[in-house]
Design a protein around this ligand. Structure first.
Ligand SMILES: Nc1ncnc2c1ncn2[C@@H]1O[C@H](COP(=O)(O)OP(=O)(O)OP(=O)(O)O)[C@@H](O)[C@H]1O
Ligand SMILES: [Mg+2]
Length: 394
């Protein structure tokens, strides 16, 4: 139990520190209890029909390759049904790819000449689903055999938590800050960690990352301007990944702008409310101005795609639908056709630091789960097509 004593309300600075200490202690206790015994997150297994869909084959095909011994049986078989770990799905991909006549049929990684995809999700409107969208895209692509790196550019570290690292518990450990700081930066390869989710690695964040904002404001070495820092760090690990997804903080500071300079595509998630739309207009006005400034300073910005994504979409809410139609009329194909539906399946999952892909279907109302997953799949699928387009695969 944490002793609850009166807080010192005399000095604001002491009060804030006391509140933070009390909260951190409570979080540690709570999290330690919730993640006992070893604090590690793990991934569920996937039923045979899900695996067939992920691999793009029929159930019959899977039974055949198991019977022939081409692909080993999964370890978990319950009541005659096969359940695969994500690692077993990756292994199956590799085996099937080797015997496939169409290159890339099962392992869709980029080949030489297809450049690393760096997608940034950004909007200074808090709560516009930047982190939720980032983790769903990350899981969508990792499950389909791409090598994904998520970069958490938010000192709040929400994405880091969703990847199974608790910034509240693990205060130390390297973060993206260490790779982009001005003073003696470490190699990006040292800070990138594999997650419990096969195919997904993370450049984690912690509060210390906010130092980058302060340091960039005073830093004046023209040889290494702030907007080159993330780009250079990514170049150190580029060969290990197909796709980098960067989550941004809800502000347009040095981190977000350095992200923009490293990105090959941008996605601006926004919820269909009047407040969000007008705040997004301001965000883009400011972003445009900053893009101009860093271009004048030597940055070369070139995006394959620059899109809006409607998030927390409510098809039965008339005003929000009108706003969505309005955005589509104004910007046509700049608004991604698929939308991320507002769903209790998503909010319940994120409460447990999970994506919809980590939830077991039978543990939710099926129709709710199917709608939520269907919508996230549709968003992922559209982004996948845009990536293939950028790679010239069409
Ligand atoms: N499709 C959805 N359906 C229901 N709830 C959602 C959905 N997307 C996001 N949420 C909820 O909205 C809240 C804000 O989402 P999220 O943290 O992704 O936003 P954000 O833009 O990253 O916020 P911040 O600006 O603070 O970083 C979260 O509580 C999340 O669970
Ligand atoms: Mg966020």
């Amino acid at each position: 139990m944490i002793p609850v004593t009166p807080l010192d309300t005399e000095r604001p600075s002491t009060l804030a520190t006391e509140i933070s200490e009390r909260l951190n202690a409570a979080i540690r206790e709570h999290l330690l209890a919730a993640f006992a015994p070893d604090n590690t997150k793990s991934l569920r297994s996937f039923a045979a029909p899900e695996v067939a869909e992920l691999l793009g084959v029929s159930g019959q095909f899977m039974r055949k390759v198991h019977a022939e011994g081409t692909v080993p049986e999964p370890i978990e078989i319950r009541a005659g049904r096969r359940y695969y770990s994500a690692q077993e799905i990756w292994n199956a991909r590799d085996i099937l790819e080797r015997s496939s006549r169409t290159k890339g049929r099962y392992v869709p990684r980029r080949s030489p000449g297809e450049k690393l995809q760096v997608w940034q999700l950004m909007n200074f409107k808090g709560g516009s689903s930047k982190s939720t969208t980032t983790i769903h895209l990350a899981h969508y692509f990792a499950l389909r055999g791409y090598r994904v790196l998520v970069v958490d550019l938010d000192p709040q570290g929400s994405l880091t938590s969703m990847c199974g690292i608790s910034p509240e518990i693990e205060f130390d450990g390297l973060t993206i800050y260490d790779a982009i700081r001005y003073d003696d930066p470490v190699d990006m390869a040292e800070i990138v960690e594999e997650t419990y989710f096969p195919g997904l690695s993370i450049a984690p964040s912690r509060l210390i990352l906010s130092e980058f904002e302060t340091e960039s404001a005073v830093h004046s070495n023209p040889d290494q301007p702030f907007f080159t820092r993330i780009c250079n760090a990514l170049a150190q690990v580029e060969g290990n990944f197909d796709l980098v997804l960067m989550d941004s903080p809800p502000q347009l500071g040095f981190l977000t702008i350095a992200g923009m300079a490293a990105a090959s595509s941008l996605v601006v998630p926004l919820t269909p409310s009047m407040l969000d739309v007008s705040s997004t207009a301001q965000f883009l006005e400011l972003a445009g101005a900053y893009m101009g400034v860093i271009e004048d300073a030597g940055a070369s910005l070139q995006y394959d795609h620059f899109k809006f994504l409607v998030t927390r979409d409510e098809p039965t809410d008339v005003p929000s639908q009108q706003l969505t139609s309005f955005m589509r009329a104004l910007f046509q194909e700049r608004v991604i056709s698929a939308t991320a539906l507002k769903s209790t399946a998503i909010s319940d999952a994120t409460m447990l630091k999970q994506s919809i892909y980590e939830v077991v279907r039978s543990e939710m109302t099926r129709a709710t789960y199917d709608r939520a997953k269907g919508s996230m799949d549709a968003v992922g699928n559209e982004v996948e097509r845009m990536i293939h387009q950028a790679w010239g695969r069409t």
